[in-house]
Design a protein around this ligand. Structure first.
Ligand code: CUA
Length: 145
């Protein structure tokens, strides 16, 4: 019983150290953004698609209730796109069904995910975290051609 109790106390201590001393954070590149100042903070002051190399792009997308800015991007087939997002308000999702792109967009944090679009088509970006009354309307599009 003492051993079991000791383990529970050790776990609780580890949890508190992680949460309060080490600042428990979701996966992120550790860049912080004040959710109220997203539009004044680079790179979110200029959301959109930027070419960073041959066939390589960065898509800076601001998530908000209930949408993404920009809500449509267009890239050539074979493009490697790094999506960079943060939220202006609450926690949102960022998922492209049929790909491995699936991240949480947490206010205060910047999250990134990279995907190579090898097949042409229209890809939906969906919010998969319940974020309010119009959650089901929150989407954007990637057009690959
Ligand atoms: Cu944003 Cu659900």
């Amino acid at each position: 019983l003492m051993f079991g109790g000791g383990i529970i106390i050790a776990f609780i201590v580890a949890l508190f150290v992680n949460a309060f001393a080490m600042g428990m954070t979701p996966p992120s590149d550790l860049q912080r953004v004040d959710p109220k100042k997203v539009e004044q903070t680079a790179p979110f002051d200029k959301p959109g698609l930027k070419q960073v190399g041959p066939n390589e792009y960065e898509a800076v997308m601001v998530s908000f209730a209930f949408g993404y800015n920009p809500n449509q991007i267009e890239v050539p087939v074979g493009s490697k796109v790094t999506f960079i997002s943060t939220s202006k308000d609450v926690v949102h999702g960022f998922q492209i069904p049929g790909t491995n792109v699936n991240m949480m967009v947490v206010p205060g944090h910047v999250n990134k995910v990279t995907h190579t679009f090898d097949k042409p088509g229209e890809y939906l970006i969906l919010c998969n975290e319940y974020c309010g009354a119009a959650h089901h309307m929150m989407m954007a599009k990637v057009i690959v051609k």
